[in-house]
Design a protein around this ligand. Structure first.
Ligand code: FES
Length: 110
């Protein structure tokens, strides 16, 4: 298990998503209020970056900009077609004002 500081919390606006590359993985980090989430950044339907899509804050989803599949920030599951496979989910937390992503056992296989 390894922890990585992505950025400071105040560098990511609420409702925004940003891609970080950690240990060879592309990870989309999303902030909603004071909560942070981290899921795999690559849509399972196509090779596009989910962090370039829209955050749907009230449903805790990140929508792929290309064909509109919305992925849960909590489970990584797509709620809408055409994607059918989940993206990985990573542990994300705010520690001393920093967004920290942990790569480890809690990651869901995709
Ligand atoms: S590439 Fe993401 S839904 Fe098609």
């Amino acid at each position: 298990m390894s922890a990585h500081v992505a950025c400071r919390l105040d560098e990511l606006a609420s409702g925004a998503a940003r891609r970080f590359d950690v240990e060879g993985r592309s990870i989309a980090v999303v902030r909603i209020g004071d909560d942070v989430y981290a899921i795999g950044d690559t849509c399972t339907h196509g090779e596009v970056s989910l962090s370039e899509g829209e955050v749907i804050a009230d449903r805790k989803e990140l929508e792929c900009w290309k064909h509109g599949s919305a992925f849960s920030l909590v489970t990584g599951e797509p709620f809408t077609l055409p994607a059918v496979l989940p993206v990985p989910v990573y542990d994300a937390a705010v520690v001393d004002g920093n967004i920290v992503i942990t790569i480890g056992q809690q990651e869901h296989a995709s």
